[in-house]
Design a protein around this ligand. Sequence first.
Ligand SMILES: [Zn+2]
Ligand SMILES: [Zn+2]
Length: 151
Amino acid sequence: MSLTSSNLWHIIHTMIAVCPKCDIGMFLLHFKEVEVDYCECCRGIWLDHGELKALIETTGSDAPDPFLRQLEQTGTPSPRSHCLCPRCDSKLHEFTVNKLVLNRCPRGHGLWFDADELQQLLTMFGASQTIAFLNDLFGTKPTTKTEETKP
Ligand SMILES: [Zn+2]
Ligand SMILES: [Zn+2]
């Protein structure tokens, strides 16, 4: 039995993504139709294009347009970052959302979040259900203060 080229493509396509920081294979976590690549070593998260919106919607939070537009902005190459896109090995570009520096693939494959950056981003936009879901998923207790002072 030999591999046909289409077999080979399938294998390559389903290969585990490599963490841009640690250069090791990441865990692929499935939630409904959303796939999240998670690095257990640095606790970073890779989201393919469109997966953030899907994740927010699937977990029952709102994804306001201004929020999503900020994530579509073009990044700039960073001289100090050596992170590579897990999909195409392009050097990730940086962009800023409310002082939070995030990384994106210049070819539009997706977004990279260092540990807790995704939670910080979601906090800015009040996607509390998504944060709760992520904390649950990764088994992390919220370390940041919870300022839920509802009457
Ligand atoms: Zn890592
Ligand atoms: Zn890429």
